[in-house]
Design a protein around this ligand. Structure first.
Ligand SMILES: C[S@@+](CC[C@H](N)C(=O)[O-])C[C@H]1O[C@@H](n2cnc3c(N)ncnc32)[C@H](O)[C@@H]1O
Length: 184
């Protein structure tokens, strides 16, 4: 029993310290939000390259991979415990089209993706927008749960009728606002 408690306490410390470092914890998207994001993607008729920025426990990753078996889903998660849990889930729900990496998505090139999906926080969205300005290909789209992508005009946004009135934002790479961040 003391060993089990020590393992749980150690795992909790790892999760909390990584959440402090990232600025956000591994809070999963609710079923309603996951469904809304999948509905927003609609029927993808080609083999696309989808990326999830911060996969957490895999709550969104696995439904996406199952809905789009002919697309490749790359997911980045840098927090060890959620990453390991997500890996474990993939053992029980094998998805051949998933590539899961324990890496920060800031440290990799984001040039090759067609669709970006994220549920982060305002500071991360700001940092991400700087990276996407340089790397996001012109035809790409980004779906964000809850948080706006600074420097871009959304092509579509709507609120869910859940407890938090979660807002879903959709962006096209071409809707970048060139004047963003420049002094007038
Ligand atoms: C709010 S959770 C969302 C998880 C999942 N996308 C979902 O909707 O269920 C955000 C996740 O992003 C991860 N994260 C934050 N910054 C990251 C980074 N730079 N690289 C990789 N993962 C990151 C966090 O560890 C956390 O698990």
């Amino acid at each position: 029993m003391p060993l089990l408690l020590s393992v749980i306490a150690f795992a909790a410390i790892l999760i909390i310290s990584q959440a402090i470092y990232n600025g956000i914890g591994p809070m999963p998207s609710s079923k309603k939000v996951s469904k809304a994001l999948l509905n927003s993607l609609g029927d993808l008729d080609q083999n696309l390259h989808i990326v999830e920025l911060g996969a957490g426990w895999g709550s969104l990753l696995i439904p996406i991979a199952q809905k789009y078996p002919s697309s490749t889903i790359t997911a980045f998660e840098n927090s060890l415990i959620p990453y390991l849990f997500c890996r474990l889930r993939l053992q029980f729900s094998p998805c051949k089209n998933v590539r899961l990496y324990r890496k920060s998505f800031y440290s990799v090139s984001l040039q090759d993706y067609d669709i970006f999906i994220c549920y982060l926080y305002p500071g991360a969205m700001l940092r991400l927008s700087e990276k996407l300005k340089k790397e996001m290909k012109p035809s790409a789209i980004l779906l964000s749960s809850t948080f706006h992508l600074p420097g871009y005009k959304s092509s579509h946004e709507y609120d869910l009728d859940d407890l938090y009135r979660t807002r879903i934002f959709q962006y096209k790479s071409c809707n970048f606002l060139p004047s963003h961040g420049k002094e007038s």
